[in-house]
Design a protein around this ligand. Structure first.
Ligand code: SF4
Length: 504
């Protein structure tokens, strides 16, 4: 760390918000960059915006659990005014609930999602989360709110997390809020954290006085509990094959390598103890700059009989269920692409993208069964398609037998075959198709596409089924989605050919 105790380079440091406190718990550099260099954040894509929009909608719905609550309307730029409005609401004993209540204490400002009067001058704190369970990172989130509330003299009864109920099944019409949400009491866990908060605050504020960010190297903290928004900035120009790219590297082996001063896989000595056989293989490929393909891989591909299908799905998981009989975040397939290499070597393509505002599953499944016919292996990338087909079989009894035949007898997982039998130094520790394709088939990529990953595909479909989306925009999005899913199966075909004929 560049900052020495007692040396202050700035005249003042900013107030911390709850999000900044959480950023500081993850990494002091993340907090520093968030305070002083937010221009270095990774680009904000449509997928992440869609998640935020969905979180806002869920927060608004949860307020309706407490009808008659007062909403503190001032935004975060008017925190002082919001605090005054909150004080007025607190002074009015007829107010049963306050939403977005604002407080400041010990240099931290918070907006509490919902405060519910639970006794004379006592309030329960309800923090709304858009997930379907309580996660361990939620506890410091509510603990810091409790710290501020108690510091402001508020008597807090229970501290609760309100999240979506993944077992809730939508019956149509308005949501049944009593079923849609679950409220879990985490008071004791939030209280247990109280003694740690002043020290955490002191530690995270210290680097903020410096004029340079703290010298913290990228590591596992960059993705846990959240992907850091400065990921691209911190990982630019770092060593080409950082040890974090060893597949399934444990915390212990990463610490051991760090203590030995080894940052790059190429610096790991031959036969280094502690690497498992896969990691040893990766180390050897990177050091020797060669591609490893075990004979099992081309042999498995040669055994496949024509016609061979190459299949990919796109799915959509809305936090709030849209169709009768569906649950929060249930993945609903809405699009497929299928390339087929026939017995005489011809390459054909077929596709489906749901067109309409109704449940896509039945037309998806019927068109899929028709396109895949009754013969030929079906190459997929990961087990996701099998999972989706089994779920379709569960909810579509008339198609169940035919779908189960697909899932149980015809699917071939190319991802597993590659993961178990192949490594290229340019995989950089990842076996996702977006990492494997540029290494093995460098002339094919996704850079020319408007939709180029699954998150963007979900966001595009959400826009298509929004009644307010203009027809021309809807048509443009359809074209982009069709191009994206088609590229995925084209990628599978090219990977299959490259590996079968060992053209890498
Ligand atoms: S990318 Fe990693 S090292 Fe950089 S600020 Fe974020 S968490 Fe810290």
């Amino acid at each position: 760390m560049n900052v020495k105790m007692g040396v202050t380079n700035r005249e003042r440091i900013p107030l911390l918000s709850k999000s900044r406190f959480m950023a500081g718990l993850q990494c002091h550099k993340r907090l520093y960059l968030g305070c002083f260099h937010f221009d270095l954040k990774d680009p904000f894509d449509e997928g992440r915006q869609a998640i935020l929009d969905s979180g806002t909608r869920i927060g608004e719905l949860a307020r309706d659990i407490y009808p008659g609550g007062v909403l503190i309307g001032e935004d975060h730029l008017q925190h002082g005014k919001a605090v005054s409005s909150t004080e007025k609401a607190l002074a009015d004993s007829s107010v049963q609930a306050i939403c977005e209540a604002a407080f400041v204490y010990d240099g931290i400002r918070i907006r509490a999602d919902i405060l519910v009067q639970s006794g004379i001058d006592t309030f329960d704190l309800i923090e709304v989360k858009s997930g379907t369970s309580v996660k361990k990172e939620h506890i410091p989130d509510v603990a810091v709110q409790l710290y501020v509330l108690q510091g402001c003299g508020i008597s807090v009864g229970q501290v609760c997390l309100c999240h979506l109920n993944k077992e809730y099944v939508y019956q149509g019409g308005d949501y049944d809020l009593g079923q849609l949400f679950l409220i879990e009491d985490v008071t004791e866990k939030a209280k247990e954290r109280q003694p740690d908060i002043p020290l955490s605050l002191e530690e995270m504020r210290l680097p903020l006085w410096g004029l340079e960010p703290p010298d913290i190297k990228p590591g596992r903290q960059c993705l846990k509990p959240y992907q850091c928004e400065f990921y691209g900035h911190c990982h630019t120009g770092e060593t080409e094959h950082p040890v974090i790219q060893l597949p399934n590297a444990s915390k212990e082996i990463l610490l051991e390598l760090e203590e030995a001063g080894i940052e790059d896989i190429r610096d790991i000595p031959e036969g280094y103890p502690g690497l498992n056989p896969t990691q040893q293989q990766v180390r050897d490929c990177v050091v020797g700059n060669h591609v490893h393909i075990a004979p099992d891989l081309p042999e498995a591909l040669v055994r496949l009989e024509y016609p061979i299908h190459f299949l990919d799905f796109e799915t959509f998981g809305s936090a709030l269920p849209l169709y009768i009989g569906t649950r929060p975040y249930q993945s609903l397939p809405f699009q497929w692409s299928n390339h087929t290499i026939t017995g005489n070597g011809e390459l054909r393509h077929a596709e489906f993208l749901h067109d309409g505002f109704d449940d896509p599953r039945e037309p998806f499944a019927k068109s899929l069964l028709e396109a895949l016919g009754s013969s030929g292996p079906i190459v997929v990338y990961t087990g996701y398609e099998a999972q989706c087909i089994r779920e379709l079989a569960r909810v579509l009894p008339d198609l169940s037998d035919a779908l189960m035949v697909l899932a149980e007898t015809r699917l071939v997982d190319l991802h597993k075959l590659i993961r178990d039998n192949c490594y290229h130094p340019e995989f950089h520790g990842s076996f996702s198709i977006k990492s494997v394709l540029p290494a093995l088939v460098p002339e094919l990529d996704y850079s020319d596409l408007e939709v180029s990953d699954g998150m963007q595909a979900q966001a595009a479909f959400a826009e298509i089924i929004n009644l307010w989306t203009p027809a021309d925009r809807r048509s443009q999005l359809r074209e982009s989605l069709l191009a994206y899913c088609k590229r995925d199966t084209e990628a599978e075909v090219r990977l299959f050919e490259a590996l079968k004929y060992q053209k890498v």
